[in-house]
Design a protein around this ligand. Structure first.
Ligand SMILES: [Zn+2]
Length: 75
């Protein structure tokens, strides 16, 4: 799990985050809408192996942290 810090919580509405494909290990990027409160949970396909990874993002506005996690979709 990676930890990101918001540079300016008043200005930043989206952020490009990096996640690791759980199947082939390559790094992918995804734009995250930071105006959405709490947890985001969606499926992204790897740009290399095209397999779907489950992406879980948590935005903590109080602590100004963003957490991103990738998981296997078939576990
Ligand atoms: Zn992959």
């Amino acid at each position: 799990m990676r930890k990101f810090e918001l540079k300016d919580k008043a200005m930043v509405t989206d952020e490009e985050l990096i996640w690791t494909c759980q199947y082939c290990g390559v790094h992918n990027t995804v734009w995250v809408d930071l105006t959405v409160d709490g947890k985001q949970d969606f499926i992204e396909e790897c740009r290399i192996c095209c397999r779907p990874n489950r992406i879980i993002i948590k935005v903590d506005k109080q602590d100004e942290n963003i957490f991103i996690e990738s998981r296997l979709t078939d576990e």
